[in-house]
Design a protein around this ligand. Structure first.
Ligand code: WT7
Length: 651
C-alpha cells in the first residue's frame, strides 16, 4: 500500500515535525533525553549524566546521579481533587472512584504498613492480587518506600507463584482473599497458601499480607479465610497508619520492579526495571502515543500482572495526572457489550486493548457496539500481537466510527514502553503496521544469517529480517534478576552491537514496520507470551509423559493456540482420562490460560539423529501443511511423520 492511499495525517506539517524531531533524537540522544527527563519528571536532585554504558556489557545507565521517587511523580504533584482512578469490578455496578488526594493518602498508609512489617529499601515484595485499586496502590506504596515490586499475574498457579517467590527471595507476599472474574470467585489466598508449601528451602517468607475484598471495619471481627501465624490482615493494619509517608529519594538506577516473562527455556526470566529511565519513558510514551489531554479518562484494560498494566494502567496515566480506568472483568461479562457500555458510562477518551479481544468482539457483530454512544473516544490502542487488517478496520470503523486514531503499539516487557507506534494526528496509519519508531528508538532490520543491517530490499521492495535496536533507550530493562549473563546471552549476544527483540519484521519502502512474529520458541496466545519449553516441562511433570514437544498453531481469535505432542512412559496407555490429567498438569504447573487446544499422544517425536526435536515439522503437521514438510531425511525415524499426520487428522 502506498503512502498516498493510506489514512492521511491531520497535518503534513505535524508529520514533518515528527520526522525532524525523530532525526534529532537519534543524532543527539543525550540532548533529546536530557531535555525529556527534565520536562517530564520532577527530580529531588538533578542528574549529572544523561547516558553511560552500553549494550556490550549491559551496563546501560540513564540519568546517573539523579534522585527521584516515581510515586511522588505519579501522585503528590497533581491536583488532589482530580480523579486518579475509576475502577469497575467484575459486576458492572461495582464501581469505585478515587481522587489523587485519596490515592496519595492510602498509598502512604500502605507504605507505612509495609515499613512497620519490616520491609526495607531494595526488598522484593511479591504481589499476587486481583485487579482492584489496592493492587495499583500497593505497587505505588512499594515504590514510595523503595521496595521492589514483583507482580505475579493472578492467573498463575500455586506452583508458578511459588517458583517466582523463591526466585525473588521475597520476604513478603501481598494478596487478597479472593478475586472475581466473569461471575466466578477465585480463592487467591488459598493459592498463596499452596504456593508457600512449594517454596525451596532458601526462601524466607515472613508475612502474607491479605486484603479483604468486602472488608467492613464494623462487621469483620474475624477474617473470611483461615489465618496462619504469618498472615496479616491488611485492611485493619492500613486503617491505623499515618496518611503521609515521605517518599524515599531513589537513585535513577535503583530497581523499581521486576516482572517475569517467558523465554525459550523452562524457567521464566525476572526482568529488572529501574526508576529514572522507566519513569521518563512511561510518562512520555503515554502522553505522546495516546495524545493525552487534561481531563481525559484513559482506559487500558490489561491486567497489572503484565507489563501493559504496569506502564499503561498504573505508572503512565498517573505520571501524567490523568484519570486511569481500571477493570477487573472480561470483555464478555455480563454480556458482549461490556467494553462499549463502560466507554459510554465513563466517557472514556482512550481505549487500549489487544487484537485477540477485538477479534472476539467482532464475531458478535456490529450491532452491539452500535447500540452505544462511543463519541467520547479519540484514540483506540492495540497491543500484544500483530493486528490483522480485518480486525483493524472493524476497530477503526465500527468502534471508532472512522473518527478515532488506531495506534498499533509494538513493544515488550523488556522495552518498558512503546518502541514502534503511530502517533495520533501525526503518523499516517496503515492497517496491520505498527508504523514508525518512537522518538529515540533506532530500529534496524538485520539479516538473520550474517547479522548485518539489510541494505538491499527484496523483490517487493521490503526489508525482511530480524527486528533489532541499535542504541539504548531509557525504558529498557537493565538485567535479569540474579543472572546478568542470561540477560546478555538472550538480548545482546545473538547480534553483537544490537538489542535483539526476538521478532521478525518486514519494513516497507516508506519505513513502516510490519511485525511478523517471534523467531524463538515463544508463543503468543490471546496476547499472553508463553514459552513452548514451559508447557513442555509442565507436561513432563506428569509421570505418564516421557517427553513432550509443544508448538503454536495460528488461531482465528487467540492469535495462536497451543498444540502439544506427548510421548508416554512405558506402562501408560492413551485414554481420555489421561488427556484430562495432562491438561490438569498444565493448569497446576503454570495456570489455566496455558491450556493446550490439542494434545496428541505419540509413540515418538520427530527427532534428528543427534536428538533434537524438529518442531518445524510438528508445526507443519498441526497446520495441515503436509505438502511442504521440507527435508525429513535427517530424522532418526522418518516414518514417525506419517503416524503423526494420521493421528492429527483423526482428532
Ligand atoms: C511480544 C512481547 C508489549 C506488551 C504486551 C506484550 C508481540 C507486542 C505487538 C504489536 C506485533 C506485538 C511481539 C513482542 N507484540 N505488541 N503491536 N504488533 N507484535 O508484551 O509479553 O513482553 O510480549 O509481543 O512478539 O516481542 P510481552
Amino acid at each position: 500500500m502506498s503512502l498516498a492511499k493510506v489514512f492521511p495525517p491531520k497535518s503534513e506539517i505535524l508529520f514533518e515535525q515528527y520526522q525532524k524531531l525523530y532525526r534529532q533524537s537519534i543524532e543527539n540522544p543525550k540532548e533529546f533525553w536530557g531535555n525529556a527527563a527534565k520536562e517530564h519528571v520532577d527530580w529531588f536532585r538533578p542528574f549529572d549524566k544523561v547516558l553511560d554504558g552500553g549494550f556490550e556489557h549491559g551496563d546501560v545507565r540513564w540519568f546517573e546521579g539523579g534522585k527521584l521517587n516515581i510515586s511522588y511523580n505519579a501522585l503528590d504533584r497533581h491536583n488532589p481533587n482530580d480523579l486518579a482512578l475509576i475502577w469497575e469490578g467484575d459486576e458492572p455496578d461495582d464501581i469505585r472512584k478515587l481522587t489523587y488526594g485519596e490515592v496519595l493518602r492510602k498509598v502512604c498508609k500502605i507504605g507505612n504498613a509495609l515499613l512497620r512489617k519490616g520491609v526495607q529499601k531494595g526488598d522484593i515484595v511479591t504481589i499476587y492480587m486481583p485487579m482492584i485499586p489496592e493492587l495499583a496502590m500497593t505497587m505505588l506504596a512499594c515504590a514510595r518506600i523503595g521496595a521492589v515490586h514483583s507482580v505475579v499475574f493472578a492467573g498463575f498457579s500455586a506452583e508458578a507463584l511459588g517458583q517466582r517467590i523463591s526466585a525473588a527471595k521475597s520476604k513478603i507476599v501481598v494478596t487478597a482473599d479472593v478475586g472475581r472474574r466473569g461471575g466466578k470467585t477465585i480463592g487467591l489466598k488459598d493459592i498463596v497458601n499452596d504456593a508457600l508449601t512449594k517454596l525451596d528451602c532458601n526462601s524466607v517468607i515472613e508475612h502474607v499480607m491479605v486484603w479483604e475484598r468486602f472488608y467492613n471495619a464494623e462487621s469483620s471481627a474475624s477474617p473470611p479465610y483461615e489465618m496462619k501465624d504469618r498472615d496479616i490482615r491488611m485492611d485493619p493494619l492500613v486503617a491505623v497508619q499515618r496518611p503521609y509517608c515521605p517518599p524515599v529519594h531513589m537513585d535513577s538506577e535503583d530497581n523499581l520492579f521486576i516482572l517475569y516473562t517467558s523465554g525459550s527455556t523452562g524457567n521464566p526470566k525476572g526482568l529488572v526495571h529501574t526508576t529514572g529511565g522507566y519513569a521518563v519513558y512511561a510518562k512520555m510514551t503515554t502522553q505522546v502515543t495516546f495524545d493525552l489531554q487534561p481531563g481525559d479518562v484513559f482506559a487500558c484494560v490489561a491486567d497489572c500482572g503484565w507489563i501493559t498494566g504496569h506502564t499503561y494502567v498504573v505508572y503512565g496515566p498517573l505520571l501524567n495526572g490523568s484519570t486511569s480506568f481500571m477493570f477487573e472483568s472480561t470483555p464478555v461479562y455480563p454480556n458482549e457489550g461490556r467494553y462499549w457500555d463502560m466507554i459510554q458510562r465513563h466517557k472514556i477518551t482512550q481505549f487500549y486493548t489487544a487484537p485477540t479481544a477485538i477479534r472476539l468482539l467482532m464475531r458478535y457483530g456490529d450491532e452491539i457496539p452500535k447500540k452505544y454512544d462511543l463519541s467520547s473516544l479519540r484514540v483506540l490502542g492495540s497491543v500484544g500481537e500483530p493486528i490483522n487488517p480485518e480486525a483493524w478496520r472493524w476497530y477503526y470503523e465500527v468502534v471508532g466510527r472512522s473518527k478515532c486514531t488506531v495506534v498499533d503499539t509494538y513493544w515488550q516487557t523488556e522495552t518498558g514502553g512503546h518502541i514502534i507506534t503511530n502517533l495520533p494526528g501525526i503518523t499516517p496509519m496503515k492497517p496491520g503496521s505498527c508504523t514508525l519508531p518512537f522518538y529515540g528508538i533506532d530500529t534496524v532490520v538485520l539479516c538473520p544469517t550474517t547479522g548485518k543491517e539489510l541494505t538491499e530490499p527484496d523483490e517487493n521492495g521490503n526489508f525482511q529480517g530480524v527486528m533489532a535496536l541499535k542504541s539504548p533507550w531509557p525504558g529498557m530493562a537493565r538485567t535479569c534478576l540474579g543472572d546478568h549473563e542470561r540477560f546478555l546471552t538472550v538480548y545482546f549476544k545473538p547480534y553483537p552491537g544490537y538489542y535483539f527483540t526476538g521478532d521478525t519484521v518486514s519494513r516497507d519502502k516508506d519505513g513502516f514496520h510490519f511485525i511478523i512474529g517471534r523467531m524463538d520458541d515463544v508463543m503468543n496466545v490471546s496476547g499472553h507470551r508463553i514459552g513452548t519449553a514451559e508447557v513442555e516441562s509442565a507436561l513432563v511433570a506428569h509421570p505418564a509423559v516421557a517427553q513432550a514437544a509443544v508448538v503454536g498453531k495460528p488461531h482465528e481469535i487467540k492469535g495462536q493456540s497451543i498444540c502439544a505432542f506427548a510421548m508416554l512412559t512405558a506402562g501408560y496407555e492413551e485414554s481420555p482420562e489421561l488427556i484430562k490429567e495432562l491438561r490438569g498438569s498444565v493448569r497446576s504447573e503454570i495456570g489455566g490460560f496455558c491450556n493446550p487446544d490439542l494434545i496428541v499422544i505419540t509413540p515418538s517425536l520427530p527427532m534428528t539423529r543427534s536428538g533434537k526435536i524438529m518442531r518445524r515439522i510438528l508445526r507443519k503437521i498441526v497446520c495441515g501443511e503436509i505438502d511442504s514438510l521440507g527435508d525429513t531425511s535427517t530424522l532418526a525415524d522418518p516414518s514417525i511423520v506419517e503416524t503423526l499426520i494420521e493421528k492429527v487428522e483423526k482428532l
